[in-house]
Design a protein around this ligand. Structure first.
Ligand SMILES: C[S@@+](CC[C@H](N)C(=O)[O-])C[C@H]1O[C@@H](n2cnc3c(N)ncnc32)[C@H](O)[C@@H]1O
Length: 393
């Protein structure tokens, strides 16, 4: 039996999964770097593999699919797309831990995998695509359209997820891009949908929706994966009511920018300020860039994909605006917000201000006080609190 005809090497897989870490994403005992869907997808992939299979992985969280395919399925080369830079970095770290040299993105020769944006280079000629299903139908739409457009005509897409996060709407989205969509048997609370018969259209390439937010007189662009789509989050709406009170900073940062509404509104209000919109999600950063462009602010707003502003110098901003996440993937976890408070404390110059909006029930004030500096509640409504923390010298 040749290597590629063997079923998944379970020992190898257990060994690989056992080494996986989420770092630099938040780590905690209840947060895992892989799940049963990763295992199910790899087992399903093993059934149809041959030496010439060109494999693409989309939505790998921390490298379980990519490293599982390379280490336990005997695949020689994997092209992979992850939206979050934390996931990309975790994959590189985890690859080093299992003996594949940590490499620059794209150094396929050393590692066997190549990290690429969602698009033609990722998918051209792919005949098998493994997908960890995204949370929103809009993101699935963008991914399914790209697979149908760029992959081989006989591509098989294996899309897996936790059953509690799956919906019939996902089948409907896939059916728009594939002739045959077959949900498979469920196992360990995960299920795979198999899609084949790509509908390759001549339709224009997928592009982000741009919607007019009349209440802000702003055009907002949103890729599928981005928080709140092109809509205005109600916490962000509340924070924006404080815009006239915010200081005019030489350098202001929209941390966790999503579609970039905060940066666009701040830049418009403060023509002398330089603004950075930064997020760990590639889709968010692309959306913020498109939002800036749609409103003629592209000269004023710089976008940056980064994990918690790790590449910005300490003390380099006078203002940080933040509507923090309180989810990590599907789990509610305070660590996501805390990590961004720590980042704000590092990047703010002494005397600089962090303006945060959060759900009233979240006990963030002591953490803000401890991590950043003196914190006052600037306003509240029945759902949200807006706090200002001044970076202590
Ligand atoms: C609640 S959303 C706010 C989005 C946007 N500012 C708005 O107001 O609509 C939080 C954002 O933080 C981003 N985020 C989460 N963890 C991050 C991290 N470690 N580094 C950078 N951005 C992060 C998420 O991707 C998400 O876009």
């Amino acid at each position: 039996m040749t290597r590629w005809q063997e079923p998944v090497a379970q020992n190898n897989l257990a060994d690989i999964f056992g080494t996986l870490r989420r770092h630099p994403d938040v780590e905690a005992p209840n947060l895992q770097a892989w799940d049963a869907t990763d295992r199910l997808l790899l087992e399903a992939a093993a059934e149809g593999l041959n030496p010439d299979t060109r494999l693409t992985v989309i939505g790998d969280r921390y490298g379980a699919l990519t490293l599982g395919a390379l280490g336990a399925l005997g695949v020689q080369r994997v092209r992979v797309h992850e939206d979050l830079i934390t996931g990309e970095r975790a994959l590189r770290n985890n690859a080093a831990a299992v003996g594949l040299a940590a490499a620059d993105p794209g150094a396929v020769a050393a590692t066997g995998f190549e990290q690429l944006p969602l698009g033609e280079e990722l998918l051209s000629g792919a005949d098998l695509v493994l997908l960890q299903l995204p949370r929103t139908l809009a993101e699935l739409e963008e991914i399914a359209a790209a697979v149908a457009r760029y992959a081989a005509p006989d591509v098989v897409l294996l899309a897996g997820g936790r059953i509690k996060h799956m919906s019939l709407g996902m089948n409907a989205v896939l059916a728009r891009h594939f002739e045959t969509v077959q949900p498979q048997l469920a196992r360990q609370k995960s299920r795979i949908i198999r899609a084949s018969g790509a509908r390759q259209t001549e339709a224009p390439e997928w592009s982000p929706a741009v919607e007019r937010l009349a209440e802000l007189d702003l055009d907002v662009a949103a890729h599928g994966a981005v928080f709140a789509g092109a809509k205005l989050d109600i916490g962000t709406r509340f924070l924006l009511t404080f815009l006239p009170e915010m200081p005019q900073a030489r350098h202001a940062i929209d941390l966790g920018c999503g579609t970039g509404i905060l940066s666009a509104m701040y830049a418009r209000q403060n023509p002398a300020s330089r603004v950075t919109a930064t997020d760990r999600s590639a889709a968010a950063v692309a959306s913020a860039r498109a939002t800036a462009r749609a409103n003629g602010l592209e000269e004023r707003i710089t976008t940056l994909q980064d994990d918690a502003m790790s590449t910005l110098p300490a003390g380099s901003a006078e203002l940080v605006l933040l509507n923090p996440p309180f989810h990590l993937g599907a789990s509610v976890h305070a660590g996501a917000g805390i990590k961004l408070f720590e980042a704000a404390a590092r990047v703010l110059a002494p005397g600089g201000e962090l303006w945060t909006v959060f759900n009233r029930h979240l006990q963030y004030l002591p953490a803000l006080e401890r991590l950043v500096g003196p914190t006052t509640v600037r306003g509240g409504n029945p759902k949200f609190t807006v706090a200002v923390s001044t970076r202590r010298p």
